[in-house]
Design a protein around this ligand. Sequence first.
Ligand SMILES: Cc1cc2nc3c(=O)[nH]c(=O)nc-3n(C[C@H](O)[C@H](O)[C@H](O)COP(=O)(O)OP(=O)(O)OC[C@H]3O[C@@H](n4cnc5c(N)ncnc54)[C@H](O)[C@@H]3O)c2cc1C
Length: 284
Amino acid sequence: MIPAQFEYVAPTSVADALAALAQAGDDAKVLAGGQSLLPILRMRLNAPDKVIDLGRVEELRGIREDGDSIVIGAMTTYADVLASDLVREHAGVLHAAVKEVADPQIRHRGTVGGALVHADPAGDVGAPVLALDAELVVAGQGGERTVAAGDFFRDLFETAVGEGELLTAIRVPKHTGWGSRYEKFVRVAHQWSIVAVAATVRVDGGSIAEARIGLTNMGSTPLRATAVEQALVGTAATEDAVRDACAAAADGTNPPSDLNGDADYRRHLATVLTRRAVLAAAGA
Ligand SMILES: Cc1cc2nc3c(=O)[nH]c(=O)nc-3n(C[C@H](O)[C@H](O)[C@H](O)COP(=O)(O)OP(=O)(O)OC[C@H]3O[C@@H](n4cnc5c(N)ncnc54)[C@H](O)[C@@H]3O)c2cc1C
């Protein structure tokens, strides 16, 4: 299908993009990599009057170090994240998850910011961003605000980014020296996650000193497995001890039932994948 007609603008700065958004009101859509938005427009599930393409806004691209954090511009592609030594060294679980997104073509166009604002609960970047306690920088014409990842995802396809606002960057506290693993369960290659688990742990003297676990597709938003995180602290990095601590992985979740599996099957998967992810992250 062909999209409905729209006006196309391609600003070159955040200020100009915000001005274009303000002018258009709720009749505008922001275009990032287009990997989710273009199919939506083609199927006419949305028909904005104006499309504001962020592709020429250079200040939204790139990854830099800023003290104890790394800052990832919203328009940074998955491919750029994968190529980044900063991400690999300080946010290993994000690197591991991005490796599992779709296929190389989509990873070369799709952006981390676009994926986070799209907020598909089966998307692969929400859980690691949550697990890493990242902060999301949101800009509007009134200025910038910072939203903790735990407050960013509001519901299915709904985030804290309001009308007239842009996500500009993701600020990730460095988790240097932490082990990481993203366990994604799919039936066929390049599929969306049926369930996935992002685990990053710090091991000290054979025991788990700290653990962060994010769950993909176990509810309408990415979720933290906080009961498991707490149970893992002080646990020996061994198969039996980790299995016991991960038994609560599905607590507080509300997974969907669909053709790929019902909710109970997903709860079982979450427990198994969490154990595998934690053991791999701990190097056990
Ligand atoms: C065949 C296929 C398979 C896929 N498989 C996977 C997969 O396995 N795992 C996975 O995680 N994803 C998958 N995706 C989705 C892919 O990751 C998308 O790239 C991503 O969801 C959206 O990123 P984008 O940059 O393309 O954003 P776009 O499609 O351009 O935008 C998505 C939404 O975010 C809004 N938006 C974008 N950027 C901003 C911003 N800076 N500020 C405010 N609003 C913004 C747009 O207005 C739009 O509503 C798949 C997509 C396709 C087509």
